[in-house]
Design a protein around this ligand. Structure first.
Ligand SMILES: Nc1ncnc2c1ncn2[C@@H]1O[C@H](COP(=O)(O)OP(=O)(O)OP(=O)(O)O)[C@@H](O)[C@H]1O
Length: 288
């Protein structure tokens, strides 16, 4: 169960990782999603163990956001079954609500209540999650402090920078101490100092037994943070497992990734951009 009123923000998230019989954080079976003619997710099977730092990687249009949206109860699959922490996500409206109570989400392009201050946003999120006011206050203060937002807590969210928005979104997603945290591109547009802060918070959170699932294009980041990786391309899962297993004999995750998504031998530009660069007078704008 999600922690409703413990002393610390991260104390009791999730079941003990790897304990016998513990449900995986996410179990996906034969899930499909189509938008018109476009098959975004093509009958995928995916099992993500609890208590891990998990990276979902794939090129643009691979189906990562669609998959995360279906797992987190935001988008109904056309077919298949999804369980989060042992609960069926799409069985009925009540099951969707039960799953949503156990998870935290930082979606891509997060829309927030811009006219609230950072602190007000956290107060609102906490009450929405059913936490007592005093507990919300305590946790909000701790999170604002750890995420280096204490000085901006009374500023309106509309005036926050991209990095600050990611951090306040992360604070809102963590406030109810979820079992599983889903983050879509959490480090995009975030400066190195804020990235380090976010990273510290996430490492502490998974250290307590909770699960983080995040999507990213940045292989170096995934390789340095994650102990479990799933690779998606063209709506299919190309590989999933412990980082070392997915990397195989490749020197880096980037190298393994390019091989898995079939881009290893592609010459990105080939001869098709032979007009680009060089600065040879009239040829620059197509004149000879
Ligand atoms: N609402 C939608 N309507 C139509 N097509 C969609 C919709 N959402 C996604 N798609 C299509 O489904 C495919 C998968 O998109 P998705 O956003 O899941 O990929 P992604 O891996 O998250 O990509 P990126 O890394 O670029 O964010 C793409 O071809 C995309 O154009």
């Amino acid at each position: 169960m999600p922690d409703q009123a413990s002393d610390g923000v991260f104390e009791t998230a999730g079941a003990a990782p790897g304990s016998p019989g513990a449900a995986p954080a996410v179990h996906v079976e034969g899930v499909w999603k189509r938008f018109g003619q476009q098959i975004a997710v093509s009958g995928i099977d995916l099992t993500l163990p609890a208590g891990r730092f998990i990276g979902l990687v794939g090129p643009n249009g691979a189906g990562k956001t669609t998959t995360l949206s279906m797992i987190t109860g935001l988008l109904r699959p056309d077919a298949g079954r999804i369980q989060v922490a042992g609960h069926d996500v799409w069985r009925d409206p009540e099951s969707v609500a039960q799953v949503k109570a156990r998870i935290g989400i930082l979606p891509e392009g997060l829309r927030m209540f811009e006219r609230l201050s950072g602190r007000e946003l956290l107060a609102y999120s906490g009450r929405l999650r059913g936490l007592p006011g005093a507990e919300v206050d305590k946790r909000a203060t701790q999170l604002l402090d750890v995420l280096d937002l204490a000085g901006s807590q009374n500023k309106l969210v509309v005036d926050y920078s991209t990095g600050m928005r990611k951090k306040i979104g992360l604070a809102a997603a963590l406030l109810h101490n979820p079992e599983v945290l889903f983050l879509d591109e959490p480090f995009e547009g975030v400066d190195p100092v804020s990235a380090q802060t976010i990273r510290g918070v996430l490492e502490r959170y998974t250290g307590s037994g909770a699960t983080v699932v995040f999507s990213s294009h940045v292989m170096e980041l995934v390789e340095s943070l994650c102990d479990w990786v799933a690779v998606m391309a063209g709506g299919h899962i190309r590989a999933q497992g412990p980082l070392a297993e997915v990397k195989g004999s490749a020197a880096t995750l980037q190298e393994a990734f390019l091989e898995l998504v079939g881009a290893g031998s592609r010459d990105a530009a080939g001869d098709s951009l032979d007009w680009l660069g060089g600065g040879r007078g009239g040829e620059r704008d197509g004149r000879r």
